[in-house]
Design a protein. Structure first.
Length: 130
């Protein structure tokens, strides 16, 4: 019987017009140090070495549209970021350069755009963690 190869998620990569600028935003938001930095590429990760975020400069980057429309670049993914204080977390994200969306689909979640235009959600977990 053939054994299953090991798979480990190392990072999620976000394209941006300037990977260094977007990495600075997420470093400020998450407090994670840089793991690797080179021209056109930055990796940040939590100190425990678990999966982090990578950023890649993409000169042809097009900001996603959310909520989606048929005529614009649609969102392919977004980050869900758990926080312990939603109003303070939103205030911090805005101070770092995020933008609040007018449309908020839930009372206990805030959808924002990062400086490159990627949507992300801030939320406080209610109930037991899985």
């Amino acid at each position: 019987m053939q054994t299953q190869p090991r798979f480990t998620l190392a990072a999620t990569t976000l394209d941006a017009p300037d990977c260094h600028a977007l990495a600075r935003f997420y470093r400020g938001l998450l407090g994670w140090p840089v793991r690797k930095e080179e021209p056109g590429w930055v990796e940040i990760a939590p100190p425990d070495g678990s999966a982090g975020l990578s950023f890649q400069t993409e000169p042809l980057f097009t900001r996603p549209q959310w909520p989606s429309t048929r005529s614009e670049q649609q969102m392919m993914m977004h980050l869900d970021i758990e926080v312990d204080d939603l109003p303070s977390a939103v205030e911090r994200a805005l101070a770092l350069g995020a933008r609040m969306l007018d449309f908020q689909p839930q009372d206990d979640v805030r959808v924002l755009f990062d400086p490159a235009g990627h949507p992300f959600c801030l939320f406080v977990r209610i109930g037991p963690s899985v």
